[in-house]
Design a protein around this ligand. Structure first.
Ligand code: ZN
Length: 404
């Protein structure tokens, strides 16, 4: 190769590398993709109500959907924390901050770095030599931009923080190169108030079980039937206006009827069931074509669109009539249902164990005419807007492959 050819080849190689860098930079990664497989609880060192870092203890990871994150964060924070972006060097608000205190995650408030480990690196990004706790700042391999780097993510929310390099000062020799936007600074004098706020937030989270997003497929399921046919499934999961609205949209479901099942009296009225004394659950009876959709797939949608960890209540509705329950119509359904509950519990898909009962296939009493198709007929009803519509929206977003 003559020198000219070498020069041209080099230019070509550099151009390709630059293109790769530009392209990978323009297509931000979705932080959530890597997160879904992780455990729901991890060891964390949280700020206690005394303003001190508490010992490591298992705590729930903070799971929000992208919609919720984009509302909670500013657009810059969202781009960096959720899309693994990088702020421009020298622009971060915390870059020159020298005050004493704690740097916490801007998304979830987990303590990340103490001000006494911050140093001037000259890079244009806030730099630290030691995380406040090894549990809180996680290392992850990052192979974007055509190089292998160690990325740091927040252990509680999975948010992208920055990268760590081995050219830092002692005692670690490491340089945690952070995005200012990923951090929030809490001055030393405010740590106690911050710890108290965190304790309150955790208490609130505990009382609000996480609802599975896009649950895994059932490991045990009926096979899709070879020929068109009709099968029946009966589910209870709170107010039947909502469960009916969800399944009206599912492909292969040919009919959905609202009614009552599992109680002691014959032909109960809505008023009687509402007292909670008849023992009935508000339920829906689905007719479906087993050559188009399986019982297990219907179960998966049902568990993802109501909260199966709530005992004898569902959202704002309280009483045994709003219990979560399945009424299998044959042994195969019964086995699939039992196996799926076991599977979801074992995988820790919900932050509490599943409360759904499997009950005998009792007489299903069709509810009064005005309850049928309620959501479709009353689209501006306050309850439908607040409780039912989000469930239907979730179905459409999370399970597009099952839509009519
Ligand atoms: Zn976080």
């Amino acid at each position: 190769m003559n020198p000219k050819t070498v020069a041209i080849s080099l230019v070509a190689v550099v151009a390709v590398m630059a293109a790769v860098i530009i392209v990978t930079n323009l297509v931000p990664r979705n932080v959530a993709d890597a997160e879904e497989a992780g455990p729901s609880e991890v060891p964390l060192r949280l700020l206690g109500p005394d303003g001190e870092l508490a010992p490591a203890q298992n705590a729930a990871r903070l799971h929000l959907n992208e919609d919720e994150w984009s509302k909670k964060l500013t657009s810059d924070q969202y781009y960096i924390l959720r899309k693994a972006g990088t702020e421009r060097a020298g622009t971060g608000a915390l870059l020159k901050n020298k005050a004493e205190g704690l740097y916490v995650c801007a998304a979830c408030s987990l303590p990340l770095f103490d001000s006494n480990t911050k140093f001037e690196s000259g890079t244009g990004w806030p730099s630290f030599h030691t995380p406040v706790a090894k549990e809180n700042v996680l290392d992850k391999k990052d192979v974007t931009l055509g190089m292998v780097r160690i990325e740091n993510v927040c252990a509680r929310c999975g948010g992208h923080l920055g990268h760590v390099f081995s050219d830092g000062p002692q005692p670690t020799g490491l340089r945690y190169c952070m995005n200012s936007e990923s951090l929030r600074f809490v001055a030393k004098t405010d740590l106690k108030a911050e710890g108290e706020k965190m304790a309150k937030e955790l208490e609130k989270e505990k009382s609000m079980p996480k609802v599975g997003d896009r649950l895994p497929e059932p490991e045990l399921d009926a096979e899709l039937a070879a020929a068109t046919g009709e099968a029946t499934a009966i589910f209870a999961g709170g107010c039947f206006w909502c469960t009916e609205a969800v399944f009206e949209n599912v492909d292969g479901v040919t009919d959905v009827v609202s009614g009552y099942i599992g109680g002691k009296v014959k032909n109960p009225s809505y008023e009687a069931v509402c007292t909670g004394t008849t023992g009935h659950a508000e339920a829906i009876r689905l007719k479906y074509d087993p050559s188009k959709v399986t019982y297990g797939q219907l179960l998966r949608i049902h568990f993802a669109t109501h909260n199966p960890t709530e005992l004898n209540k569902q959202g704002p509705d309280k009483g045994t009539q709003y219990r979560t329950a399945l009424f299998p119509t044959d042994d195969e359904q019964k086995n699939v249902a039992a196996a799926y509950i076991k599977q979801l519990d074992a995988a820790g898909e919900f932050s509490k164990s599943i409360a759904t009962t499997i009950e005998p296939n009792d007489t299903f009493y069709v509810a009064e005419e005005y309850h049928q198709d309620f959501a479709n007929n009353n689209p501006v009803h306050g309850y439908i807007r607040q409780v039912s519509d989000p469930k239907v929206k979730k179905l459409k977003e999370k399970f597009p492959e099952f839509l009519k």
